[in-house]
Design a protein around this ligand. Structure first.
Ligand SMILES: NC(=O)c1ccc[n+]([C@@H]2O[C@H](COP(=O)([O-])OP(=O)(O)OC[C@H]3O[C@@H](n4cnc5c(N)ncnc54)[C@H](OP(=O)(O)O)[C@@H]3O)[C@@H](O)[C@H]2O)c1
Length: 388
């Protein structure tokens, strides 16, 4: 087995840190090339030492000196700024884990695609906002996009690519988040702390809020439509509160293939790192007898309008997914800063989609224009809410 060179973008985050531990624990399989983070110099330095990274990039230039100081006793090359993060993505590697949160991950993900190797993609936002551009860049360079999202990893594992014509539907499962059983009236009064308590998964703040609104499932719906050759109307969402079945593929002969596992990101990350091989992980093993039952329910588009908005954006195409994604990022940041309420998040996204006219998103410039117009419109919508 030859050693795989791995880079991790977003190495201090929930996904990035889990990837770093898997890499560090399997020196017979992996060696680290580059790692990148946003602004947490201490956590980045710790991860750099854990994996023995050769190149360490931090986006926040103010953190350059502290990071250099923390890594003074290593041979690591240290750099700062957005360009340095892109440089981390360009360092030759066999697998690049793309785990920066939000549209900030777009430029590094595109640079990773240009290498033509494997991009282990957790940063779904880049595929949502710039799907056409990212897929074209990956195709041109010959890169393989390996999904890290547990749902897409499940579909990847169940989808017989040689028999795509025989696939009838794909079904993304959703936990339903912490507010699954609340009424709309009750949702109007939920607190940030409640939204940050996911029942099954331990994740970064932004995706945890996206799970509470079900925008995460909406983004995943768009991601699935980009990654797999299945039309939008053949992609379903099914609420499955236990998060044991991670997704399913239904075939024309009535067979349904599902991938199951404990709700632990180590498994889908390991699938992406080791593919087509399989590697050991210390994750909890499933005990179905102890679990007793798995339950399912249809998602409620009235209480979870974000899911409806995402499906409409996918159907409309063009820049709608980019606008949806950027408005959501701004709204989630405002909710995390306690500037708006939980129900306002989807309201801000809907207002932004209504205010801005649809445009194409077939070039990076157009995607960036849509992203920045949506951020401006969403910020104005939040200011209106605050003034009311
Ligand atoms: N967490 C999960 O279980 C999970 C599951 C499926 C998919 N995902 C997806 O994976 C991505 C990461 O999620 P997460 O939960 O791991 O997020 P997270 O814990 O918030 O971590 C985000 C990472 O991005 C870095 N970052 C932020 N802004 C950056 C910038 N401008 N340049 C470089 N790095 C930057 C952060 O660095 P600092 O810490 O220094 O700020 C951190 O390393 C998201 O797209 C999410 O949707 C996550």
């Amino acid at each position: 087995m030859s050693i795989r060179r791995v880079s991790i973008l977003g190495a201090t985050g929930s996904v990035g840190a889990a990837a770093a531990i898997l890499v560090a624990n399997a020196p017979e399989r992996f060696e680290a090339v580059a790692i990148a983070g946003g602004r947490d110099a201490e956590a980045l330095a710790k991860t750099a030492k854990l994996v023995n990274a050769k190149f360490v990039a931090i986006a926040d230039t103010k953190q350059y000196a502290p990071l250099r100081h923390l890594l003074a006793d290593t041979d690591a090359e240290v750099a700062a700024g957005d360009d340095a993060v892109v440089e981390a993505a360009k360092r030759p590697a066999d697998v690049i884990v793309s785990a920066i949160v939000g549209a900030a991950g777009l430029a590094p993900t595109l640079a990773a695609c240009d290498q033509g190797t494997v991009v282990a993609l957790a940063n779904k936002e880049s595929l949502v906002c710039a799907g056409e551009v990212a897929l074209a860049r990956a195709r041109t360079a010959g890169a393989t996009l390996m999904p890290v999202d547990s749902e897409h990893s499940a579909i990847f594992q169940c989808f017989e690519v040689d028999r795509a014509h025989a696939v009838e539907r794909i079904t993304l499962t959703a936990s339903g988040g912490p507010f699954r059983t609340l009424t709309l009236a009750e949702m109007a009064h939920v607190h940030l702390e409640d939204a940050l308590k996911h029942p099954n998964w331990d994740m970064g703040a932004k995706i945890t809020i996206d799970s509470a609104t079900m925008m995460n499932k909406g983004l995943e719906l768009i991601e699935a439509a980009r990654l797999f050759p299945v039309p939008e109307d053949q992609i379903d969402v099914l609420v499955h509160p236990q998060s044991i079945i991670h997704s399913m593929v239904s075939y024309r002969d009535g067979s349904v293939l599902a991938q199951l596992g404990a709700p632990d990101m180590q498994t889908p990350i390991a699938v992406a790192l080791a593919w087509p091989d399989r590697m050991e992980t210390p994750t909890d093993r499933l005990d179905l007898a102890a679990l007793g039952q798995l339950t399912f329910e249809a998602p409620d588009p009235i209480r979870f309008p974000a899911l409806r908005l995402a499906r409409e954006a996918l159907r409309a195409g063009g820049d709608r997914p980019a606008v949806l994604n950027a408005a959501n990022e701004v709204a989630v940041a405002a909710f995390l800063a306690r500037r708006i309420g939980y129900l306002d998040i989807a309201g801000v996204v809907e207002d932004t989609l209504n205010i801005l006219a649809t445009a194409p998103a077939d070039t990076l410039d157009r995607v960036q224009a849509a992203d920045s117009a949506a951020r401006t419109a969403a910020t104005a919508a939040i200011e209106r809410l605050e003034a009311a």
